[in-house]
Ligand binder design. Structure first.
Ligand code: SAM
Length: 285
């Protein structure tokens, strides 16, 4: 079994199996031990933990996870990688299960129930960048028991997740993520830590799931509709943004009444409102 995490051993495995990278699957494999160690350390994995890895690739980070965790399940969409993982890079670990599936199609609640008695899991991944947001939102919105998510994402996406009101990165993604979790950027990662090198910058971000909701919202769906409407037309005032939204069907009078009840000026822009204020506004309709 090859120990991965450096360019030589990664190239050796790729050559041995005549593997060709598939751009459509966002394949950029990690080849830097410092970055791998940093991800594992920041995820605070112990021998008690069940870890879900999304997109193991040739199993580089999976090897680190198997060493640190009690049990690992790695979900990989590319069938060409499965023999490499099962017969080679993970063959000596008895605490790993590889599932050849699209992560967005897997019933993760059932998986957590079966493999971890429904108790909170840790998610660790060098994510395929083309579906970062759908993966993260699915993990949160489906109510999967999660303690924390430690993932490599595109640098700009990490900045948007962590951004607060008033900054240009602040938007619907910041609010959606911060509603469920506390984000913390662990490290920026340069392109030369991957093979092939991505054309964008990368960062590791940790999302620590709130144990109690940070805001109380009567109608979550409405709050997120208000958030989307406010940021879809970024340069408009909130009143115009909400009034012109295809997703909402409130009259101008109803919108003005809700603003008054929430104590928010209708001429404010969405980018100035905190999550608490969006919650208050949603509760005022
Ligand atoms: N973890 C490996 C590493 O760090 O070297 C590979 C990371 S690579 C950025 C992303 C991985 O996710 C690839 O192996 C890719 O095939 C896989 N992938 C892409 N889309 C996926 C999906 N929908 N479900 C599961 N895996 C996916």
């Amino acid at each position: 079994m090859a120990t991965l995490g450096n360019p030589q051993n990664t190239i050796a495995i790729l050559n041995k199996y005549n593997f060709t990278f598939q751009k459509k699957f966002g394949q950029n494999f990690l080849i830097d031990t410092h970055v791998l160690n940093k991800i594992i350390a920041s995820a605070h994995i112990s021998k008690e933990d069940f870890v879900l890895e999304i997109g193991p690739g040739i199993g580089t980070m999976t090897q680190y996870l198997c060493e640190a965790a009690r049990e690992v399940t790695a979900v990989e969409i590319d069938k060409n990688l499965i023999p490499i993982l099962e017969q080679d890079t993970l063959s000596e670990y008895d605490n790993v299960t590889v599932i050849n599936q699209d992560i967005l199609k897997l019933d993760l609640n059932q998986l957590v129930m079966e493999r971890n008695d429904g108790k909170p899991i840790k998610v660790v991944a060098n994510l395929p960048y083309y579906i970062t947001t759908p993966i993260i939102m699915a993990l949160f919105e489906k109510g999967i028991p999660i303690e924390n998510i430690t993932v490599m994402v595109q640098k700009e996406v990490a900045q948007r997740m962590q951004a607060g009101p008033g900054s240009k990165e602040y938007g619907a993604l910041s609010l959606a993520v911060q509603y469920y979790a506390e984000p913390y950027i662990v490290a920026n990662v340069p392109a030369n830590c991957f093979m092939p090198r991505p054309t964008v910058g990368s960062a590791v971000i940790q999302l620590k799931r709130h144990t109690t909701p940070c805001v109380i919202v009567k109608d979550e769906k409405l709050m997120f509709q208000l958030i989307r409407a406010s940021f879809n037309q970024r340069r408009k005032t909130l009143l115009n943004g909400l009034n012109n939204s295809a997703e909402l069907s409130f009259s101008k009078e109803e919108i003005l009444a809700a603003f008054e009840k929430a104590g928010i000026s209708p001429t404010t822009r969405g980018e100035a409102l905190t999550l608490e204020e969006f919650a208050k506004l949603a509760n005022s309709f």
